[in-house]
Write a protein that binds this ligand. Structure first.
Ligand SMILES: C[S@@+](CC[C@H](N)C(=O)[O-])C[C@H]1O[C@@H](n2cnc3c(N)ncnc32)[C@H](O)[C@@H]1O
Length: 377
């Protein structure tokens, strides 16, 4: 069955779907969802690029940060040395493999690592053993939910932007929710009164009133996820890397049409009517509200250690040394320089991507990655 027909049928039977319901089916339907059907969606042959596609450097730099975190968690360890590395939205495990390869250069750190890969796509999970290769013994858990009693670090690269979101729009008559309805055998947007009170509370808490004719996304699932992560983290850190803005920017006039976008083969869909009617064929993504995320994390007992552009996070981890070191003109060295530029030069991934770092039960350490303080552009 075509996913659109299934959604049309559901709308006819139950009335218009919330956008969260539509996006959940489009991306994660158990057989037909965009992420379900493939083991990897990013890269040259895919639909979008992430920092992982740039090469192994991103994982190497994260390993620098995780080693420092390991030394801090280990200080207070009364039991056997153990450092949980939990990657959420891990896909086929490429980024964790790069982290482990770098970590293996420090045997005491590497020996203590227990790797947990959290990923919804069964296809992607099935590839993890082959991708991890010689690091497979480190993998103690591969599932679609966060594990319990974590002592170490939970991290995610471009996870929260792939969560299903609600959509709202401000009309002259007040706030309306954008739902997805059937019109014949086509899917169309339908404005309806907001029936989810949490959406109104969300904007109220931020003291945000959307300008008339503007629309926006609200990612309630991201807050649920942070709450779960904070509960499952016994002691250690959470590192979230994603594109996002503080709430004033995200819900201000600069983003008056919202940030929801659909991509296929690296091209953004020209019209909403097109991707709305091809669920399962497009990557759907929206930018993250860093303000609400940070407030929620703090409410759950996490301490925010840093909120910064990826550029500054990676500079703190020594990425600039790669550019300033004496060139040996080898191909590998050239590739490494290009990767560093792509990852941290302002204007590219370094500016669009933000890094939030939280701590629990380890005091308020000055981490290398946060040495540039709060630096959001
Ligand atoms: C944009 S991709 C990023 C993949 C990888 N982290 C990277 O940077 O290349 C988002 C991934 O998160 C997964 N995902 C979405 N929601 C999830 C959830 N609640 N728990 C675990 N994985 C999830 C998707 O299946 C997909 O593999």
């Amino acid at each position: 069955m075509v996913l659109r027909d299934l959604i049309v049928e559901r709308a006819r039977k139950n009335g218009p779907l919330t956008f969260v319901e539509y996006m959940e089916l489009a991306l994660y339907h158990p057989e037909l969802g965009y992420y379900t059907r493939a083991s990897q969606r990013s890269g040259r042959a895919g639909d979008f690029f992430t920092s992982v596609d740039v090469g192994t450097l991103f994982g190497q730099l994260l390993a620098v940060q995780f080693e420092e975190m390991w030394s801090l968690v280990n200080q207070s360890a009364k039991e056997e040395p153990r450092f949980d590395i939990v990657e959420a939205g891990a896909g086929n495990g490429r980024l964790s493999r790069d982290v482990l390869s770098a970590a293996s250069l420090v045997p005491s750190f590497y020996d203590s690592i227990r790797l947990h890969l959290v990923e919804r796509s069964i296809n992607a999970r099935s590839e993890q053993p082959a991708v991890l290769g010689t690091h497979i013994d480190k993998l103690v858990y591969s599932n679609d939910e966060l594990p319990h009693a974590i002592r170490g670090v939970i991290f995610a690269n471009e996870l929260l932007d792939a969560f299903p979101v609600h959509r709202v729009t401000m009309t002259a008559d007040g706030l309306r929710e954008i739902r997805v309805d059937a019109d014949g055998d086509r899917l169309v947007e339908r404005l309806q009164p907001v029936q989810t009170p949490t959406l109104l509370k969300y904007l109220d808490k931020l003291e945000v009133t959307l300008p008339i004719n503007s629309s926006a996304e609200i990612n309630l699932l991201a807050l649920d996820w942070v709450q779960t992560a904070a509960n499952q983290l016994h002691e250690g850190f959470i590192v979230l890397i994603d594109y996002g803005h503080d709430a004033l920017q995200l819900y201000g006039s600069a983003q008056r049409h919202g940030t929801l976008a659909a991509y296929r083969q690296h091209v953004q869909a020209p019209s909403r009517a097109l991707w709305l009617n091809e669920p399962g064929d497009w990557d759907l993504t929206s930018h993250v509200d860093l303000t609400s995320l940070t407030r929620c994390a703090e409410h759950c007992g996490l301490l925010c250690l840093g909120s910064l552009d990826q550029t500054y996070f990676l500079l703190g981890l020594g990425s600039a040394n790669i550019l300033s070191s004496q060139p040996d003109n080898s191909l590998d060295e050239l590739k490494q320089r290009l990767a560093a530029k792509t990852l941290f030069m302002p204007g590219g991934l370094g500016s669009t991507h933000k890094v939030l770092v939280f701590a629990k039960g380890v005091g308020s350490p000055a981490l290398r990655g946060c040495s540039h303080g709060t630096r959001l552009t």
